[in-house]
Design a protein around this ligand. Structure first.
Ligand SMILES: [Zn+2]
Length: 145
């Protein structure tokens, strides 16, 4: 019997965020974005910029960032990038740490307003080349109790 040469299956693309961006505990406790503070000059950045754009330092300390921020601006996207199911929403979120974060917003289009408070969540931000969901950080409206 001829040995059948099984074609090696393609490795799946990365389906989750980069480890420098987000801490999402497996135990389901609250996730946070990772800020990176330069050990030489103290500048805080997200995402991590290396070397430090202020002093060229190369050592950083991880600082958990606030989970809530203020929506600075947002836009609904109806003609999306390949692999992105439309419509989706992008926004800039200002955190208390004086960082402006670019992220997808989770929720219905045409419902977000500038200056509203949003909070961190995780969810699908797109589909990779293998048809698998790419999970990463997003922001959503603060849940009403
Ligand atoms: Zn620095």
């Amino acid at each position: 019997m001829a040995k059948t040469q099984k074609k090696k299956e393609k490795e799946p693309d990365i389906t989750f965020f980069h480890d420098d961006l987000l801490h999402a505990p497996a135990d389901g406790s609250e996730a946070f974005l990772k800020g990176w503070k330069c050990k030489k000059c103290g500048q805080l950045d997200f995402p991590k910029l290396t070397p430090c754009p202020n002093c060229w330092g190369s050592e950083f300390e991880m600082v958990p960032l606030s989970r809530t921020g203020t929506l600075y601006s947002c836009t609904d996207i109806y003609i999306g990038a390949p692999g992105m199911k439309t419509p989706y929403i992008f926004g800039y979120i200002d955190l208390p740490e004086n960082l402006r974060i670019f992220a997808q917003l989770e929720g219905e289009v045409d419902t977000f307003k500038c200056n509203e408070t949003v909070e961190l969540t995780t969810g699908t931000i797109g589909i990779n080349n293998d048809g698998l969901p790419i999970t990463s950080y997003k922001f959503k409206k603060v849940s009403q109790q």
